[in-house]
Design a binder for this molecule. Structure first.
Ligand code: GDP
Ligand code: GDP
Length: 455
């Protein structure tokens, strides 16, 4: 590294930063309008989680990456959801339950100007039951005069209320310090620690693609009732299912059950559920209804799993219903709509007839193997050397940026850091990724490549 002009400390720092494992998850919960979305915007430092004045506006993005005092974590925003037919209590409780379940720590937001309501008390009971670390955010304390309102919230029994103005930023730094204390370094579901334990699979897909039917089929019994109208409370359930002689843990299968049809915010609700399942899983089996046009919603679910860095298998369901014409158009759609996951193993199944169920496990195993692949530094650099020699980066401004060396900083999913003599263009990065995949496989896994440029 030194002779290439990189400081050894920089190199080590870059490798460490790129190699971070899965990030701990922070959930932000509370009643509607207490300022959850505003707070999330503060925490992530962007206006990404758009604060909408209109109720029922669909937002499908629910997890964001954040950093405070040099530590990175994920934030799950539950602010996009309004009261539905179940009533305010049950709605808030259900969304909080999903979020708490997926989280390593929770920020509970209360409107200090309003004070604690019955709904707040209901959330407190859930938080107690879950036993996760909680930071109490007394929001809308825009000035010193609000401090007394915040102090009233000691009554919730959750410890010190942190007076915050999410709108103006007042007090958010102190609150985030408390969050970092509450958050574990790594998520509870640390990958790879349970060697020999069941691998965790999330079965995801938009409503009616056949998730519960598929789960019934693979579980070989009616464990999950198709079209069941479930009650208003939900238990997170992980089911152990034996497939192909191996026991797998299907996470959050209760989320697959049909719930009372929610009128408002149903899509958002489904997104939250999907995000929670993805966070808990190592691999996502993404179910797509092959009989219907691939939709934006399908793409969003794919993006969610890719962004979370999970291994992926694409399962095209309802194959029994396809005629030749539909098969033709489906292939075209896959090319145009699912171009970002050309590397994912694909199975064409029918939950109804059981077609190709036996292909599911080999696909899952392939994807998990890709997800865990580690390329030795020597092999990687031999490959990079050849690549750079045979396909140099285009010359820019009279200079030719070169990749000097690289290393794989982490797995699950594979993360690479490349060190370069100048800015490496997007197109060339894509080319390197494609060649890495051709050379080393990585079937079924996203890969991350970060580039460090010599000063
Ligand atoms: P959510 O439903 O919990 O996500 O709440 P929002 O973030 O959408 O905020 C609801 C309303 O409260 C919006 O009009 C915000 O501008 C307002 N709000 C949020 N935080 C604060 C704050 O710290 N002080 C004041 N005065 N208003 C706030
Ligand atoms: P979920 O909402 O994703 O859990 O979907 P369900 O499992 O409830 O299935 C939705 C509908 O699609 C039900 O009427 C199922 O009987 C039907 N379905 C599921 N899988 C298949 C399949 O492979 N072939 C056909 N023809 N129908 C299916």
């Amino acid at each position: 590294a030194a002779e290439e002009g990189f400081d050894l400390e920089d190199v080590e720092g870059a490798i460490e930063a790129a190699g971070h494992g899965p990030l701990p998850v922070l959930a932000v919960v509370g009643r509607p309008n207490v300022g959850k979305s505003t707070l999330v915007n503060r925490v992530i430092g962007r206006r990404e989680a758009v604060v909408e004045d209109k109720p029922g506006v669909t937002r499908d993005r629910v997890t964001y990456e954040a950093e405070w005092s040099g530590r990175r974590f994920k934030v799950v925003d539950t602010g996009g959801w309004e009261q539905d037919v179940l009533g305010i209590h049950a709605s808030v409780a259900a969304q909080a339950e999903y979020a708490i379940d997926a989280a390593d720590a929770v920020v509970f937001v209360v409107d200090a100007k309003v004070g604690a309501t019955d709904t707040d008390e209901a959330v407190v009971r859930l938080l107690r039951k879950a036993g996760k670390p909680v930071v109490l955010c007394a929001n809308k304390v825009d000035g010193p005069s609000g401090e007394a309102d915040a102090a009233m919230l000691w009554s919730l029994g959750l410890g010190e209320p942190h007076p915050v103005s999410a709108l103006h930023g007042r007090g958010t730094g102190d609150m985030l310090d408390a969050v970092l204390e509450a958050l574990p370094e790594a998520p509870a579901q640390t990958f790879g620690t349970a060697i020999g334990g069941p691998r965790r699979i999330a079965l995801i897909g938009r409503p009616n693609v056949g998730k519960s039917s598929l789960l019934n089929k693979v579980a070989n019994e009616d464990r999950v009732v198709v079209n069941e109208i479930a009650g208003t409370t939900r238990d997170p359930v992980d089911e152990l299912i034996e497939l192909g002689g191996v026991t797998w843990k299907f996470v959050d299968t209760a989320g697959i059950r049909k719930r009372v049809h929610l009128q408002q915010g149903a899509d958002y609700y489904a997104s939250l559920r999907t995000a929670a399942a993805v966070e808990k899983a190592e691999l996502a089996v993404i179910l797509i209804d092959a009989s219907e046009t691939i939709s934006v919603q399908d793409q969003r679910i794919v993006t969610m799993a890719v962004d979370a860095g999970r291994a992926i298998v694409l399962a095209f369901n309802k194959w029994d219903t396809l005629d030749e014409e539909r098969r033709y158009y489906l292939e075209r759609e896959i090319e145009t709509e699912l171009g970002q996951v050309t590397w994912a193993p694909r199975v064409n199944v029918s939950a109804r007839t059981g077609r190709h169920m036996e292909k599911l496990v080999p696909a899952i195993e392939t994807a998990l193997a890709g997800w865990e692949t580690r390329v030795p530094t020597g092999r990687l650099n031999a490959f990079l050397g050849e690549l750079v020699a045979s396909h140099p980066h285009p010359i820019r401004g009279g200079k030719q940026p070169r990749i000097l060396f690289g290393t794989q900083a982490g797995t699950k999913p594979p993360r690479f850091v490349l060190f370069a003599s100048g800015f490496i263009e997007h197109g060339y990065r894509r080319f390197v990724e494609r060649r890495l995949r051709e050379e080393f496989g990585f079937e079924g896994t996203p890969i991350h490549i970060s580039v460090r440029v010599r000063e």
